[in-house]
Every structure is written in C-alpha cells, then in structure tokens.
Design a protein around this ligand. Structure first.
Ligand code: AAO
Length: 494
C-alpha cells in the first residue's frame, strides 16, 4: 500500500512538469522575442489577456555579455544570474510577471545554464555592469571558476553524445552540472524566478546537458508561488530544447520523462506541407503517426527564434513571417488541429541573421509602435497581432477539449475538418477554387469567418458562412485570396 502511494506521488510530481498551468479556457503561448518587460506588461493588459492568450515565453532574463553590434544572440551568453538585460531589470521583470498573471497570462522564461559566455575579443562586460574573464572561465558575479567547467573541446560530431554534452557548443564555456556548487547556483536562479511568479522554463540547450543532472536540478525546484494564483504543490512547467530530427547520438526519449520537449519535427513537417512539399490530405493523422512525441509532451511551433533565421534545425522547409500566406495557413493548422502544447512566434524583422532587435543609437531596445489598425511598426513584426493568427488563438480556446470530426479532403491539397460541434476549418493550397458543400458540424445559423474578417457588432467584416439544418455549408476559398484558410466557431455566430 505504502509503495503504491509512493509511486502515485512520484508519478504525480513528474507529470506536473508537463503542465503549463494555463487557465482552463486558454491554450497557447507566444514568444515575445527580445521584447522589454515594461512593453510586455502593457501587451498582457491591452492585448494578450483580452484576446485569450495563455502565456508568454520571454527572452533570457539574466545578465549577458554585451557583444559588438548587439546581435540578438548575445543573450545566450550569460555573465551572471543577475536579472538585468536590455529587456529590463529585476523590478521591471517582477512587475511584468505580476501584471501578466493578473490578466491570466503565464510567464515562461528561456533559461540558459548549459554554459557561460564565450571568449570575447576583449574584456567581457555584462548588461548589468559585471565583468567576467571567459578566457580563464572566471565569472566572479556568480561566482563560477575554472573548476566549475568541463575541459575545453569542440563539438565535432553530433553522433558522439559525450562530446555534445561535455564539449563547448559554439565555443561557449561549458558548465559541469554534476558539480553541487553549479547545481546550487542554477537552482538559486530558477527558484528566484519561481518566487517572482513565473509558471515555468524553456531550458536552452538541454540536449547539451546530462539527463541525470537535469533530473537532480528539476527535482529540487521550488513549487510555484501560490500568491500568483498557482494551486499548492504545483511544479514549474519545463520544456527542454532538444533538437532531434533523427539520426544523431542523442534522442529526445532520454529527456521525455523529465519534461516536455521542443518538437522540431513538427516545425519541419508543417513547413514542408504548407510549402507544397507534401499533400495536405496527409495531415489527417497529424501526430504520433508522423513520428512526433505524444501530444502532452510536445511543444509545437511553426518556427522559432533560431530556425526562422537559419540557426538550429529545420533548414529550408521552415516557414516564417516572410512567407506570410503559407505561414498563416501553417499557424492556423497548428492551432486548429488538436496536437501538442502550442507556441506562436512573435518576431522583429531582419535581413541578416545576426541582427538584433530595433535599437536606438545607445543600443537600447526600442519599444514596438502599435498602429491604429492594431498591427506593429518600428521594426516589430508582431505575428501575434495578425488577425488571422490571434483569431485562431480564440478558435483554439473555443474548441478546446473537442476531437477532430468529419475530415474532408479532395485527395490532395484541399482539406477541412470539424472540432466537435464547436468549430470548423478549411484550407485550400490548390491553384484552383475550393467550392464545396461540406459538413461543418455546427448548429444551423450564420457564422463569421474569423480569417477573412471579424465579427463587428452583429455583422461580419469578412465572409459569412451559412450553415443549414443538416450542418452543411457552402465553403469557398479562391486560390488567389489573401488567405488560404476559412474558420468558423460557436463564439462568432451572427
Ligand atoms: C554566437 C556566434 C558563434 C560564436 C558564439 C560564441 O554565432 O559563431 O562561436 O557566439 O562567441 C545562439 C546563436 C548562436 C550564438 C549563440 C551564443 O544561435 O549563433 O553563437 O547564441 O551567442 C545547436 C544546439 C541548440 C542551439 C542551436 C542554435 O543543439 O541548443 O545549435 N539552440 C540554442 C538557442 C540558440 C543559442 C544557443 C542554444 C546557445 O536556441 O539561440 O545560440 O545558447 C544540428 C543539431 C542541433 C544543433 C544544430 C545547429 O541540427 O542537431 O542540436 O543545434 O545542428 O548546430 C539538419 C539536421 C539537424 C541539424 C541541422 C543543422 O536540419 O537534421 O539535426 O541540420 O545542421
């Protein structure tokens, strides 16, 4: 009996690391890449909360090296665990988390603790003013010294798990997480964030650390802060960045009992499909049959901050804001089909892959400018403010908990399906019209297509879809329309 109880307790604790602790009627997080904390707090209150977003992933919060020309990737080179970056300081971060939690938006922090900053040309100075001496593996503001690191070597061969985990990823000084002092410093950092009210972590470069060390660290984490509305005994959500497209020495399965995994196979496959490299009809069994992890353990996204600019994995198949029509279609499918823990990317525009966020002449990040129509300006793309995307966030919330029903396809690149009796969505990637009577599963009535427009008062600024008593409707999507998707749901009936 005792053993059974213990087993149940352990399973409960481990399982909890997969729970993103989102409000029951919400479903997706958005990565506000390189946004400042004050701007995010406002965005939570003005937009994300009201539009039903479940959470935000934020860029690394701890002090990083100041690199020449201020590339975005300097934030992946820690100098200390002081919470001061170009996004703001600890007090601003704390304020943001509090205000976002208040409007039902959870915070997930991108945490970097596989390594510390690489050797710089000159002295390494951090965004909090701390100095470090990476050539000697000396980071006094933590402090970490040479003894806390693995001996230097490069990663030559991704088939060699030892190299991947004990050598230096792109010359970044590789911490040894087996050392208790290193574990303690990492834990202090993560627990501090838990105290401030975050809901969980994206663990950067998890693949480059030993699963057993991560097990110790995750297992010692504090429970989430009940003052921020988390139930007692809630464990932080953990999603581990493990790139496994197959064929390497390290498998995602080695990490899957520890927390969720970034499922890069989804990013690659969805990009390929909506670029026309795979028939959409094959998406019918989207999920584990495609070789993806099980739904509750997979973080799924169309693109991330790396692969949208050719870093990380996925290659030429990845869709980004730069291919806006297929990108919106892929995002609509990712949010419309019930698979995985979903994340949306929100970018700044870039031409070269090192380019950092919009900045002033002193290197400070500029705030996004929100235009009259709600879209962003001043170098910020804000995919999350595109109607076709935020309306799919609402769609996903409206159909939460329902299954796919009445799958329809034309044998190639026109598909449609119901989500219970709550929503219906159709896609056309052919070079000819979709013009069909299709079963929508919705109660009879007139619905507003939330892709081509929006419900305004009792009217619809986009296509109106008339659902008959038999649940069928005439669905029309031309090949040259702005969007190749149509979506209706119970929340936007006229
Ligand atoms: C910068 C400079 C470097 C310089 C360094 C130190 O660019 O030239 O040496 O500073 O001064 C980011 C940037 C880096 C930047 C770094 C530090 O991306 O350019 O370096 O900050 O400032 C691997 C890791 C994965 C990592 C990814 C970028 O496994 O963890 O590379 N992502 C995270 C972050 C990322 C960050 C770091 C880690 C470091 O998201 O933003 O780096 O904190 C294979 C492996 C993957 C491997 C890729 C790329 O992928 O499987 O594990 O990712 O290679 O090396 C096909 C295969 C696929 C393969 C892929 C790429 O798709 O199927 O498996 O090809 O070849």
């Amino acid at each position: 009996m005792k053993t059974i109880f213990l087993l149940v307790a352990i399973v409960a604790v481990v399982k909890a690391q997969f729970d993103p602790h989102q409000l029951p009627d919400r479903s997706t997080m958005v990565h506000l890449f390189e946004w400042k904390w004050d701007d995010i707090a406002l965005e939570c209150e003005n937009f994300l909360g009201p539009k039903g977003f479940a959470g935000i992933q934020v860029s690394p919060v701890n002090e990083n090296v100041i690199a020449p020309k201020r590339p975005w990737w300097e934030r992946y080179q820690p100098i200390s665990f002081i919470l001061t970056t170009r996004s703001g300081n600890e007090q601003q971060f704390a304020n943001m988390v509090k205000r976002c939690n208040k409007v039902g938006v959870r915070t997930y922090v991108d945490v970097v603790f596989n390594h510390m900053a690489a050797k710089q040309g000159g002295q390494a100075v951090g965004t909090g003013g701390s100095r470090a001496y990476p050539e000697n593996k000396d980071y006094p503001a933590v402090p970490f010294t040479n003894a806390d690191f693995h001996p230097s070597c490069g990663i030559q061969d991704y088939n060699d798990a030892y190299q991947v985990r004990n050598c230096e990823l792109v010359a970044l000084r590789d911490l040894n997480q087996t050392i208790p002092h290193v574990q303690n410093k990492i834990l202090e950092f993560l627990d501090r964030l838990v105290d401030l009210g975050v809901a969980g972590f994206r663990v950067d470069a998890a693949k480059h650390m030993w699963p057993n060390d991560l097990r110790v660290i995750y297992g010692s984490l504090k429970n989430l802060n009940t003052a921020h509305g988390f139930p007692p005994n809630s464990k932080p959500f953990i999603v581990q960045e493990v790139i496994d497209l197959g064929g390497e020495g390290i498998k995602r399965d080695e990490y899957v009992d520890l927390g969720a995994i970034t499922e890069f196979k989804v990013s690659a496959a969805i990009g390929k499909a909506f670029r026309g490299g795979d028939d959409l009809k094959n998406l019918k069994n989207w999920g584990e049959q495609w070789g993806f992890l099980e739904s509750s353990k997979a973080l799924v996204f169309v693109d991330n901050h790396d692969n949208q600019r050719g870093h990380g994995a996925g290659g030429a198949d990845i869709l980004t804001y730069k291919q806006s029509k297929p990108y919106k279609m892929a995002t609509a499918f990712n949010l419309g089909f019930p698979f995985g823990i979903t994340r949306i990317m929100s970018s700044f525009s870039f031409d070269d892959t090192d380019q950092g966020p919009p900045k002033d002449s002193s290197g400070n990040i500029k705030s996004p400018v929100i235009q009259k129509d709600g879209s962003c300006d001043a170098g910020w793309v804000c995919e999350h403010r595109w109607r076709q995307i935020y309306n799919m966030v609402e769609f996903q919330n409206q159909v939460k908990g329902t299954e796919v029903g009445n799958w329809w396809d034309n044998g190639k690149n026109q598909i449609a399906f119901c989500r219970g009796n709550a929503g219906f969505i159709a896609f056309n990637l052919e070079s000819f019209d979709l013009n069909q009577d299709i079963q929508t599963c919705l109660p009879a009535g007139t619905y507003c297509d939330v892709i081509s427009g929006d419900k305004v008062g009792s009217n619809c600024s986009g296509k109106k879809v008339l659902v008959g008593n038999d649940g069928k409707a005439r669905i029309i999507i031309g090949p040259n329309e702005d969007d190749g998707v149509l979506a209706i749901h119970k929340g936007k009936k006229l």
